[in-house]
Design a protein around this ligand. Structure first.
Ligand code: ATP
Length: 308
C-alpha cells in the first residue's frame, strides 16, 4: 500500500508538471520543453467547437505493459453537460483528463470533440478551447495581473479585474504585497513572490479560466479541505464559470458533485457506475460505499488504501 501511494503521488506530481508546461507553451510567456512531445498530425486542422460535445469512443490506454491506464471508456458528454469523475486513487481519473488534453494518445478508440478526433487537430487549437481549473495550477514569477492575463494574453486591465471579481479574487489581490513592496495586481506570485493559499490559487485559476472563456472546462478539484467560507465563495464562482460550458470534472466535494448532471465512477480504469449523486447513492454500490465511508466529501485516496 505504501509503494502504491508513493507511486500515485509521483504520478500526480508528474502530470501537474506536464499541465504547467502545456500552459506555458500555449501562451508563449516562456517556452519549456514538455516531458514528452506529441507532434501534430500531418495536415492537422484547427479544432472548431460548434456545440461542445465530447465523446470517448471505446478508449483504451496503458502507460506500460504492467501499469494502469483506462480501458473501454465509452462516454458521450452532451453539449453543456457537466460530468463529474470519481474513483479511488489510481482509478484513472487523471488519465481521462490527460487523454482529453492529448497529453497522451489513446491506443484504442478515440476521443472526439464535435466529431473531430483530438489526435487529428492542432494541439494549440485544442488547448485554446479547453479551460483548466486545478488547485495545483502553476503560478509564474510574475505579477498577479500577468498570472491572470495568461488566460488571454490580449486582455485589458479592465477585463482582468472583471474576471478577478467574478472569481472572488479581486479583494484578496488588492491586499497582496510582495517582498519588493509591489502591491495588488503588480505583486509578484510564484516561488519567488507572494505565497498563496490553496483557495487563493484556485481563485486565480478561476479568474484565468473566466478570462479564457473556453467552451470546454476541465476541473481538477483538490482533495484538501478549504475553510467553509472560502469553499462557498469558490463554489459560487465555479457555478458562474461552468454556466453554458461542457464540463469534465474530477470532483470530490458534495457542493460540486451535486451540481453535476452526471457522475461517472471509475474503478481500475473502467466506468463501473454512472448517474446523479442521488441516483448513485440510491443504487447503493461503489459510489455509495465510498461516500458513506467519508461523510461530507468523496474518497480520500489514502484512507481508501489504508482500509485495504
Ligand atoms: P489519483 O486520485 O491518485 O490522482 P487517478 O484516478 O487520477 O488517481 P491516474 O493518475 O489516472 O489515477 O492513474 C491510473 C493508473 O495509471 C494508476 O494505476 C497509475 O499508477 C497509473 N499511471 C498513471 N500515470 C502513470 C505514468 N505516467 N506512468 C505509469 N503509470 C501511470
Amino acid at each position: 500500500a505504501i509503494r502504491l501511494s508513493q507511486m500515485t503521488g509521483w504520478v500526480s506530481f508528474t502530470l501537474m508538471g506536464i499541465y504547467a508546461n502545456v500552459g506555458e507553451i500555449e501562451d508563449g510567456i516562456r517556452t519549456i520543453t514538455p516531458a514528452h512531445t506529441l507532434l501534430d498530425a500531418p495536415g492537422a486542422a484547427p479544432l472548431e467547437v460548434s456545440e461542445g460535445r465530447i465523446e470517448f469512443r471505446d478508449v483504451g490506454f496503458a502507460y506500460g505493459r504492467e501499469s494502469g491506464g483506462v480501458e473501454h471508456i465509452a462516454l458521450d458528454i452532451r453539449p453543456g453537460e457537466k460530468v463529474g469523475i470519481v474513483g479511488a486513487s489510481g482509478a484513472g481519473k487523471s488519465t481521462m483528463v490527460a487523454l482529453l488534453l492529448r497529453l497522451y494518445d489513446a491506443e484504442k478508440g478515440g476521443i472526439f470533440i464535435d466529431g473531430q478526433k483530438v489526435s487529428e487537430v492542432t494541439q494549440e487549437s485544442l488547448r485554446r478551447q479547453i479551460g483548466m481549473v486545478t488547485q495545483e495550477t502553476a503560478m509564474f514569477n510574475r505579477s498577479a495581473l500577468d498570472n491572470i492575463r495568461y488566460g488571454r494574453p490580449d486582455a485589458t486591465m479592465e477585463d482582468v479585474i472583471a474576471a478577478a471579481e467574478k472569481a472572488e479574487a479581486h479583494e484578496f489581490i488588492l491586499g497582496l504585497q510582495d517582498h519588493m513592496g509591489r502591491e495588488g495586481y503588480e505583486a509578484h506570485l510564484g516561488e519567488r513572490g507572494v505565497k498563496l493559499s490553496g483557495g487563493q490559487r484556485q481563485r486565480i485559476a478561476l479568474a484565468r479560466a473566466i478570462l479564457k472563456d473556453a467552451p470546454i472546462l476541465v476541473l481538477d478539484e483538490a482533495t484538501s479541505a478549504l475553510d467553509s467560507e472560502v469553499e462557498a465563495s469558490i463554489q459560487s464562482a465555479l457555478e458562474r464559470v461552468m454556466a453554458g460550458k461542457t464540463v469534465l470534472a474530477v470532483a470530490h466535494r458534495l457542493s460540486t458533485l451535486s451540481e453535476m448532471d452526471r457522475i461517472i465512477v471509475l474503478d481500475h480504469g473502467h466506468i463501473v457506475e454512472q448517474g446523479t449523486h442521488d441516483a448513485l447513492l440510491a443504487q447503493d454500490g461503489l459510489y455509495a460505499r465510498y461516500w458513506n465511508r467519508q461523510s461530507g466529501g468523496f474518497v480520500n485516496p489514502e484512507a481508501e488504501e489504508a482500509a485495504e
